[in-house]
Structure formats: structure tokens, C-alpha cells
Design a protein around this ligand. Structure first.
Ligand code: TMP
Length: 203
């Protein structure tokens, strides 16, 4: 079986969850063994760090160090072993989120983040990143209807504009890896866009 590492990205409220479940079903039907995971989190240690990052006050560098510490544990214990076993890993957020949130949102230097990325990942990158892109105002409306806000979700529209720009920069830097999904559309239309990406790659 072909090992694949697929990540899902986008600002809060972009509607990733529904489509992660749908893609898990699609790839499982095709015979893949799918491992679903998330960041921050994915291991006991990284989930403990997630609680700190989402609920304690800290600056952007501290956030970045904690998410990369969790990522290291997650890669070693979950992602790399799954890929080595020929499994498909679907990860709800990964390093592009760090460039978007800590880099774009909090204004952290991208060079520092790139150094941490190299240290922690040793060249490992997703094979495909589905970027759910939509205007921050629309995402905020969806969030308001859906759930209680964490530390990031409480940020203003200007913050999410910077996060969105951070994602756009990462997509421009790695166009072969990124597929932009217009997440402003209906659930059915978004599902069709993801389907088209899979068909184009013959996955
Ligand atoms: P989630 O609610 O989609 O699981 O994401 C948790 C929050 O963590 C989300 O607001 C984005 C943020 N985040 C970062 O700030 N940096 C990161 O590296 C990651 C993976 C997530």
C-alpha cells in the first residue's frame, strides 16, 4: 500500500471536520488503512500541550515552541510509524498552521519557524495539503453558531486576515503540495472539490 500524509488547514470555522470524515470513508473504501489524527495533539503528551496552547496566555514564540514540541512527539510516535507501515495519515492541521497562526497571526519571524520546522521534521512534509479558504467574516459567523471560543477563536477579524495571508504565502511557496478549496461554498460543493483533487491525483 502507498503511504500518504494528507493535512487539512484553514482558519477556524472553515468546516474541515465534515470533510475529514468523508475523505476517511472514501480512502478506506479504496482499501487504505487510514489513521486520523490532529494538531496540536495526536499523542498523550501533545494533547496535554494542546490544552496549554489553547487556554493559557503566552507569547507567539512560546506557542510555536510548544506546538513544535508536540509535533516532534506526534511524528515519532504516530505519523512516522503509520507511514512506515504503508498507512494513510489524515491530520487535522500541521506545520502550515504554525506559519499561519504564529507567523501570520502573531507576527513571528518565518525564518525562526523554518529553522524549527527543519529541526523537528527532518524534511518530512505532507504529500497533500487541503487548504480550506474562506473570508474571515464568513468563518466567524459559522463559529458563532457552532461552539465556545478558545484563545485563538476569540481573536478579531484582522488576526484571521493575517492567518489567511499566512496560508496563502505557504500555498504560494509549495504549489504542488497545496490544493486550495473554496470553503465558502456548500458542504456538497466543497466535497465535490475534494473529490476532484483525489481524482486528479488518481488517489
Ligand atoms: P482546532 O480547533 O482546529 O483543532 O485548532 C486548534 C487551534 O490551534 C486553532 O485555532 C489553530 C491553532 N494552531 C496554532 O496556532 N498553531 C499550530 O501550529 C496549530 C497546529 C494550531
Amino acid at each position: 500500500m502507498v503511504a500518504r500524509f494528507i493535512t487539512f488547514e484553514g482558519i477556524d470555522g472553515a468546516g474541515k471536520s465534515t470533510h475529514i470524515a468523508a475523505l476517511t470513508a472514501y480512502l478506506s473504501d479504496k482499501g487504505a488503512t487510514v489513521v486520523g489524527t490532529r494538531e496540536p495533539g495526536g499523542t498523550e503528551l501533545a494533547e496535554a500541550l494542546r490544552e496549554l496552547v489553547l487556554h493559557r496566555r503566552m507569547d507567539g514564540l512560546t506557542e510555536a515552541l510548544l506546538v513544535f514540541a508536540g509535533r516532534r512527539d506526534h511524528l515519532q510516535r504516530v505519523i512516522e510509524p503509520a507511514l512506515a507501515a504503508g498507512q494513510t495519515v489524515l491530520c487535522d492541521r500541521f506545520t502550515d498552521a504554525t506559519f499561519a497562526y504564529q507567523g501570520g497571526g502573531r507576527g513571528m519571524d518565518a525564518g525562526v519557524l523554518a529553522a524549527l520546522e527543519q529541526w523537528v521534521q527532518q524534511g518530512r512534509q505532507p504529500d497533500l495539503t487541503l487548504w480550506f479558504d474562506l473570508p474571515p467574516a464568513q468563518a466567524a459567523q459559522r463559529r458563532a453558531a457552532a461552539r465556545e471560543a478558545d484563545r485563538f477563536e476569540q481573536q478579531d477579524l484582522a488576526f484571521f486576515e493575517r492567518v489567511r495571508a499566512g496560508y496563502a504565502q505557504r500555498a504560494a511557496d509549495a504549489p504542488a503540495r497545496f490544493a486550495r478549496i473554496d470553503a465558502s461554498r456548500s458542504v456538497a460543493e466543497v466535497a465535490a472539490q475534494i473529490q476532484a483533487v483525489m481524482v486528479a491525483r488518481q488517489w
